[in-house]
Write a protein that binds this ligand. Structure first.
Ligand SMILES: Nc1ncnc2c1ncn2[C@@H]1O[C@H](COP(=O)(O)OP(=O)(O)OP(=O)(O)O)[C@@H](O)[C@H]1O
Ligand SMILES: [Mg+2]
Length: 261
């Protein structure tokens, strides 16, 4: 009998049909005696957004850093497009990272660079052969996509937190990633700015069909932007499903989390 792999020869098509772009399996990570991640498994396909929720200190940011390969797990695996990232040489990891756009929880931007230079940064480093004028056009286009084209010459300290997140998103998209990892994109923003960022993330996802993981405390935001939610507690995924499934859950921690969100 034909396998799915044999029928679908186009990798993008095959992934849309089912193979995860990001596959995390039984991930464990400790710092000293603190067992932060205790067997996390998650998978995200092309076009999907998974929201990772959980209390402060549950290891959400650590999980993203493991996926990016900035930290190594004690055991378990991270596969990107089927390729395990453990043990890859730095240049191979670099190639995979080029396909990942990420927005860190803190320090969304480089303080000493202008908005324009921040967004141009990945192009300067990874598209050395791209003509200067094309880079400039691309930066303008990216900033227009997030509604920040008028802030080109500004310094990060001269724009609001919400605007900084927008610029960070533009920078994350610079290399046309097929994976988008966002760590608390709405934290610290007022509700209106947070809703604007949610709308923007949703729009970007609809236009670019990436495999996305958004870490957030904010259940409302998770509901808006994600197809699926995973709630972490004590190093494990307590529940994974859509918002209705979380609402229906009898698990005490899930009820408690929803009550306080
Ligand atoms: N490099 C490190 N060395 C030692 N401990 C660390 C390191 N990175 C993270 N930790 C610890 O791991 C735990 C999880 O951290 P993490 O930043 O992932 O939490 P989080 O879920 O993102 O929290 P928040 O919602 O506050 O951002 C914390 O107790 C943190 O102190
Ligand atoms: Mg965090």
């Amino acid at each position: 009998m034909d396998t799915i792999e044999q029928i679908a020869t186009d990798p993008a098509e095959a992934e849309q049909g089912g193979a995860p772009v990001i596959a995390v399996e039984d991930l464990h990570k400790s710092f000293g005696s603190q067992h932060v991640l205790d067997g996390i498994s998650l998978a995200v396909k092309r076009g999907e957004t998974l929201a990772v929720l959980g209390r402060s200190g549950t290891g959400k940011s650590v999980l993203l850093r493991l996926i990016i390969g900035l930290e190594t797990p004690d055991s378990g695996s991270v596969r990107i497009h089927g390729q395990a990232i453990a043990g890859l040489a730095l240049d191979q990891l670099g190639e995979i990272r080029k396909k990942m756009g990420f927005l860190f929880q803190h320090a969304a931007l480089y303080d000493s660079l202008t908005v324009e230079q921040n967004v141009a940064f990945p192009l300067q480093h990874h598209k050395k052969n791209m003509p200067k004028s094309e880079k400039a056009d691309r930066v303008r286009q990216l900033l227009a996509e997030v509604g920040m084209e008028d802030a080109l010459a500004k310094m990060p300290s001269d724009i609001s937190g919400g605007m900084q997140k927008r610029v960070g998103l533009a920078r994350a998209l610079a290399l046309e990633p097929d994976i988008l990892l966002l760590d608390e994109p709405t934290a610290g923003l007022d509700p209106i700015s947070a809703a604007e960022i949610d709308d923007l993330v949703l729009k970007l996802q609809q236009e670019h069909h990436m495999a996305s993981i958004v870490v957030t405390h904010d259940l409302h935001s998770a509901k808006t932007i994600a197809n699926r939610l995973a709630l972490l507690n004590r190093g494990k995924v307590v529940i994974e499903g859509d918002f209705e499934e979380l609402q229906k859950s009898d698990i005490e921690f899930v009820k408690e989390f929803l009550k306080h969100s």
